[in-house]
Design a protein around this ligand. Structure first.
Ligand code: SF4
Length: 641
């Protein structure tokens, strides 16, 4: 084990979190390294602002080469882990090579050591964390733990890393990287203070911001949201969304607030991306009603430094008594995507997946894919071991989920995601294996908001909803702080969303740059959606560091990180154009009914325009020599490692 000092200049160029990690891993991981081999490097990063007194800045990031996509991989999660990395005296902790036996890393004020984890191997994430709490709690100081469950141990390419008893940094298959290194957990218990440059200014900014966050009018019932969604579906025009409305919904219900509204307005995928609200009456479906989820909530759950608290702990009957409130993505992927209306089964599968350490988004897609294979006769009872994989058959869906988690029978075929499964199954099943560059799409439909399709297809970690969209851009309101960015019109015709023009390219690039800054400082997307004037991340960075950078300079840092991550992918043999979303989810062919009827995303034009914004080749997406030079990407590593 060794410590590496990072020069201040690198913090100024990459901040911390995924920004700094992208710089280090670009240099450290050799081209063509096997993601599950000794040369891959797995990192756990805190954010630049974590612990400095700002709001919404307690997220931690896991980073490495993704075994799911073969390119840059990062996933982030809230909870309480991120400040503990800093209390231990670090901004990031990295692992390389492979341990001959299972281990966990333990750091406290006196020691840092790798401890035999043979007795923990095979335990689920909740059991593991509770065991490690018991073992390492001193004088009521409970350590913070990040760990994998059996899915990561079994190298499932859709496995993630858990903390806080089942909150998941789920995407990109980085749980399998941890499993490949035989690293079961990290256990952190530090006491080093985190001191911002200007504490008074941090407090002033946070106090002002929290007034916005805590404003909360009384609210209507869950099903009413579906009527709002239906209205948005039928109107030819759209109002620019102010993030305060979403903030209010989040505080009331959490992310499940969007379930019914999103299905109605064409944002949620239904029936493996071939259905719509015509197939699924959101207003009547108990399986997705937000009230069902909040009625089961025992207590609200807040991540570190978050006054909003969109999470919750829910009670449930049966084998498990409690689970984290399922997120919107989980409900849609385990519900509408599979036509499963049974809310109890969604609570249950959410907990099974969290304990296994498997991504609910990817798992839901794998189940929906298996159903379509079965319904089309591509697979039969002989393949599934007699499990009837039909639309909406809850028993079959749950039974197959268990097989997937255990890597048994046909579940083993599904456990590495839909791209790998379709390669094994063949028979044109790739046409309905819905992914981008190997990663299953999140539950926001690019046919409703082409911005999602752009970021699913073009981000160096494809398939994620947490980068940007036209809707996010409206809510970020970046034009209020950053010169030269287009202002979202208050009212616009919906057809405007489908034009591929320079404005869309600027919007897409701005979302990517801003998200790179957010992931470098440990910020939560939901905080950012409240709007830059209400949640002032740039001002917080200046107050925490003593820098005096402009918003434009921070966006340039975001651009530098994007170029580096793209260069990482090219270095590792990824052709950016090959990450495009499966045609069905781009509206090829276009749907014939529902909210997205007749819509096709013009992905070729949108991607060329977007790449142009970053100085990437318009045809291939590869960074041009000028953009590599501009950001000194190919200079030798500027630290002694
Ligand atoms: S808004 Fe939700 S996810 Fe974001 S920091 Fe707060 S509790 Fe965590």
């Amino acid at each position: 084990m060794k410590d590496i000092e990072i020069p201040d200049q690198l913090y100024e160029q990459y901040l911390s979190g995924t920004g700094l990690a992208s710089y280090l891993l670009y240099h450290w991981i050799p081209a063509n390294a096997d993601p599950l081999g000794p040369d891959n490097i797995l990192g756990f990063m805190s954010g630049l602002l974590t612990g400095a007194g700002s709001l919404f800045t307690g997220r931690w990031m896991v980073v490495g080469k993704s075994p799911l996509t073969g390119g840059w991989g990062d996933a982030n999660c809230g909870g309480q882990l991120s400040p503990e990395i800093k209390h231990c005296g670090y901004d990031g902790i990295f692992f390389k090579n492979i341990s001959p036996k299972p281990v966990y890393l333990y750091i406290n004020q006196q020691v840092r050591e790798l401890i035999d984890a043979s007795d923990l191997w095979g335990k689920d994430t909740v059991e593991t964390e509770k065991t490690l709490w018991e073992r390492h709690t001193y004088k009521k100081n409970k350590p913070q733990v990040a760990c994998i469950g059996p899915a990561g141990e079994k190298l499932s390419l859709i496995s993630g890393v858990s903390n806080d008893l089942g909150r998941m940094a789920a995407r990109g298959g980085l749980g399998a990287v941890m499993g490949s290194k035989k690293l079961k957990a990290i256990v952190l218990s530090g006491d080093q203070p985190i001191i911002p440059y200007d504490k008074d200014e941090m407090n002033r900014l946070s106090k002002k911001s929290s007034k916005w966050i805590l404003f909360q009018p009384p609210f209507v019932s869950g099903p009413a949201t579906s009527y709002l969604g239906a209205l948005m579906r039928v109107l030819p025009t759209q109002l620019a969304q102010d993030g305060m409305l979403y903030k209010i919904l989040l505080r009331r219900w959490g992310t499940v607030s969007m379930n019914q509204m999103s299905i109605e307005m064409g944002d949620s995928p239904v029936k493996n991306w071939m259905g719509s609200s015509v197939d699924w009456d959101a207003s009547k479906s108990i399986g997705v009603n937000p009230d069902v989820f909040t009625n089961a909530e025992i207590v609200k759950y807040h991540c570190y430094s978050c006054p909003l608290g969109c999470g919750g702990i829910c009670k449930m009957s049966g084998k498990y008594k409690e689970t984290h409130k399922p997120e919107y993505e989980s409900v849609i992927c385990l519900g509408a995507l599979c036509m499963n209306e049974d809310a109890d089964s969604i609570f249950y599968m959410n907990e099974v997946l969290n304990r296994a350490g498997m991504d609910t988004i990817s798992a839901g897609h794998a189940l929906a894919f298996a159903i379509e294979c079965y319904e089309k006769g591509i697979i039969t009872d002989a393949d599934t071991g007699g499990i009837k994989m039909t639309w909406g058959n809850t028993d079959g869906i749950v039974a197959m989920l268990h097989k997937m988690v255990d890597r048994e029978g046909f579940g083993d075929v599904l456990a590495d995601g839909v791209k790998v499964a379709s390669q094994k199954i063949g028979k044109n099943s790739k046409e309905f294996a819905i992914h981008a560059g190997g990663q299953e799409l999140a539950a926001h439909d690019g046919r409703n908001d082409p911005g999602f399709a752009v970021h699913y297809s073009l981000d160096p970690t494809p398939g994620r909803h947490t980068i940007g969209s036209q809707l996010y851009y409206e809510m970020y309101q970046l034009w209020k702080e950053i010169k030269g960015l287009p202002k979202a019109p208050l009212l616009y015709h919906k057809n405007h969303k489908y034009l591929a023009d320079e404005e869309k390219a600027k919007i897409g690039a701005a979302c990517s740059k801003y998200m790179n800054v957010l992931n470098a400082i440990g910020a939560c997307l939901f905080g950012a959606l409240t709007g830059i004037k209400r949640v002032p991340f740039f001002a917080w960075i200046n107050a925490a560091t003593g820098w005096n950078k402009t918003p434009e300079e921070y966006m340039e840092i975001g651009e530098r990180i994007q170029v580096l991550k793209q260069a990482f992918n090219v270095k590792h043999g990824i052709e950016p154009k090959h990450n495009f979303v499966t045609p069905r989810a781009l509206g090829v062919p276009a749907q014939t009914e529902g909210a997205n009827k007749g819509r096709t995303v013009l992905i070729d034009k949108l991607s060329s325009d977007y790449w142009e914004q970053f100085g990437f080749d318009r045809e291939t997406g590869k960074p041009k020599p000028e953009s590599i030079k501009k950001f000194s990407i190919d200079e030798p590593l500027r630290i002694t490692d």
